[in-house]
Design a protein around this ligand. Structure first.
Ligand code: AHR
Length: 642
């Protein structure tokens, strides 16, 4: 193939092109990005008295544990507490333990900040809290006194001087058995935090946050996805239930089968988006819930006559985010929580996947939300979620397209936007990923082709599709890989961009592709001409120029599914370039015995099987060079022009 890269820019590339869709799924928030170490820390969204309510808690030395709402809780939002009964005849330390999110990472040099609430009618002895291994090594311990018959919050710090060699560690809470014999002690709202990303209080797990930040996402679509919607109107994601002290957040039954603490709440999200330097795309609840995922007929819809309170709720949410801190109620509330300056917000997504309830969406919900928000915020841009149905009033300007499919779908459809009418409407690829090798059932199970982790073949196909997005970024204004995170011990969806347990993490092949595309982005797309024009080599490409740095980026994807054939391309440039270029590639590891295979993945056990490799190469002539693109690979060539 001969490829000529013209100096003519076809259009500007929007800064918002690459990013992520985010919701709490697969323990992506609780147990994942949100750094809290104690699972089920406040017994939120559980049924008192059940075994389930004790998830992650276990007795130590024979204490009797149950979750109760019969005594008043630590706050009206947290009605459940842990009732700990100490038998009449007991000796030694006795109490209970939290096993974390399938383990707790213990790191020497870290300071852990902890707290809990406790009360007891007739026990006033000391309480000892420790970070221990399940084999009995005590890493840090503190003794706390002052318990009374009324709820009181106790705080402590741990500074372990050695690290745990495994994650099999627990947070242990005990009292002296003799002193407490026959007594009942109530505990509520625990918390234990390691250091967080950028030191933010109630913040993010450092390794996961750093990994995500290193891909420089430009947009962050949140808080869902299905998890926005709730199984009922009442259990939808409620912005104002995620604010303020943790004791004020009731939590909820999330849509993905586990309780959400809402510790990762609206303010935490907005701060995180700022830390990333990204633009938020705020999904707002628009009147549907998902009662039973597999039976659309059960999904409740708010009738038109009852919609106004929900519209008001969204207006209040937006005012909280952007309202003036002195003249609006929302802004005042935000300021009272420590943030005076309004957050940047421009993109509002009305609902999530409303193609499943198109009649009411087109009938009144889209109109009601867009009209009310637009009247107050004329500069906002609204994203519709009803594809393939687009008959909306007012007419949509931006629409969200979701696709989970096989590698062949993504490569075949890499040109789907080339002929899209340039009529002012734009696309947001709001969820996408190669999920399976199965062309007819991409959301089936692993035996039928579903990927447990992103594969090289899948990532390469995503990259081929992404060349189409970037080449057509005059009509594709943003994209969001989804879903993002997966805790290996509790997940509902594969594959995901990052997988982890309590201490390890693996960056997937799709992660590296996102990073390569996002961090090597021009400001303008350049026209390219292949020769012969009908060449059938399995290459996909896009070229761009960065006006700020004077660098040309050529992203070239080789999708050969045999995984074996390297392809040489002759590149001609309408530019003079300096003598060296760099090429960053991800493909099958050339020296590995698996060379030639493409359905391979990085895993927690082999996290660096496939990683990008960068090389620098000399350009024999200033404006022309040959480059060999390895089989099943993604390459970004960067050339300095000045
Ligand atoms: O990303 C997983 C789910 O897929 C999202 O919650 C939903 O929007 C889509 O159906």
């Amino acid at each position: 193939l001969i490829l000529t890269i013209s100096a003519n820019a076809t259009h500007e590339i929007p800064a918002t092109l690459y990013g992520y869709m985010w919701e709490d799924i697969n323990q992506s928030g609780d147990g994942g990005l949100y750094a809290e170490l104690l699972q089920n820390r406040a017994f939120q969204a559980v049924i008192p008295g059940t075994q389930n309510a004790l998830t992650a808690w276990q007795p130590f030395n024979g204490a009797r544990l149950s979750v109760t709402s019969k005594t008043s809780g630590v706050s009206s939002s947290i009605p459940n507490s842990l009732e700990v009964q100490i038998p009449k005849v007991v000796s030694g330390p006795i109490g209970f333990e939290n096993t974390g999110y399938w383990g707790i990472k213990v790191q020497s040099g870290w300071t852990y900040q902890g707290s809990f609430h406790a009360k007891a009618a007739a026990f006033s002895g000391s309480i000892t809290v420790s970070l221990k291994s399940t084999r009995g090594t005590v890493f840090a311990t503190q003794s706390i006194t002052g318990i009374t018959e009324n709820w009181k919050k106790f705080t402590f710090e741990f500074q372990p001087s050695i690290s745990g060699d495994t994650d099999e560690n627990v947070f242990n809470v005990v009292v002296d058995g003799k002193a407490a014999a026959g007594q009942t002690i109530f505990f509520g709202m625990f918390s234990l935090f390691p250091p967080t990303f950028r030191g933010r209080e109630n913040g993010m797990r450092i390794d996961l946050a750093e990994a995500l930040a290193a891909t420089q996402p430009a947009i962050w679509r949140f808080p869902g996805g299905n998890n926005l919607e709730g199984a009922s109107f009442e259990t939808r994601w409620k912005w104002n239930a995620t604010l303020g002290p943790l004791e004020n957040r009731p939590g909820r039954v999330g849509d993905w089968g586990y309780p959400n603490t809402d510790g990762l709440g609206l303010l935490e999200y907005l701060n995180w988006v700022e830390d990333l330097g990204a633009e938020p795309i705020l999904g707002v609840w628009d009147g549907i819930s998902i009662a039973n995922y597999s039976d659309l007929s059960t999904w409740p819809v708010v009738p038109e006559a009852d919609l106004q309170p929900y519209i008001d709720d969204v207006l209040n949410e937006i005012e909280f985010i952007v309202g003036d801190s002195e003249t609006t109620e929302g802004g005042k509330l935000r300021a009272s929580l420590g943030r005076t300056e309004p957050y940047a917000l421009k993109f509002i997504e009305i609902g999530n996947e409303d193609q499943f309830q198109p009649e009411s969406y087109a009938g009144y919900r889209w109109n009601a939300f867009v009209s009310a928000i637009g009247a107050k915020h004329p500069d906002f841009e609204f994203i519709a979620t009803s594809l393939p149905s687009t008959a909306l009033d007012p007419k949509y300007q931006r629409i969200d397209f979701h696709m989970y499919n096989s590698p062949s779908w993504f490569t075949t459809n890499a040109f789907m936007f080339d002929d899209y009418p340039r009529n002012g409407t734009k696309w947001f690829i709001g969820e996408y990923a190669v999920t399976s090798t199965n062309d007819t059932n991409a959301l089936g199970d692993i035996p039928s082709g579903r990927l447990p982790y992103p594969s090289l073949q899948g990532a390469v196909a995503e990259a081929a599709f992404m060349t189409g997005m970037e080449r057509n970024s005059d009509v594709v204004f943003a994209s969001a890989y989804a879903p993002s995170f997966q805790h290996i011990r509790n997940y509902q969806w594969t594959p995901d961009i990052l997988t982890y347990d309590a201490s390890r993490l693996v960056k997937s092949t799709s992660y590296y592709v996102q990073q390569m595309f996002s961090t090597n982005k021009g400001t303008h797309v350049l026209a390219t001409t292949p020769s012969p024009s009908n060449d059938t080599v399995p290459l996909f490409w896009v070229a761009s120029y960065n006006n700020d740095t004077d660098v040309i980026f050529l992203k070239l994807i080789q999708v050969s599914n045999t995984g074996k054939t390297d392809i040489v391309a002759n590149i001609f440039l309408d530019f003079s370039v300096t003598g060296f270029g760099t090429a960053t590639s991800i493909g099958t590891p050339p020296l590995s015995p698996i060379s030639g295979l493409f359905n391979v993945s990085n895993t927690l056990e082999e996290p660096e099987l496939i990683i990008p490799v960068s090389t620098s190469f000399a350009l024999p002539f200033s404006n022309k060079f040959n480059y060999t693109f390895p089989a099943t690979s993604v390459t970004v060539v960067a050339l300095q022009t000045k």
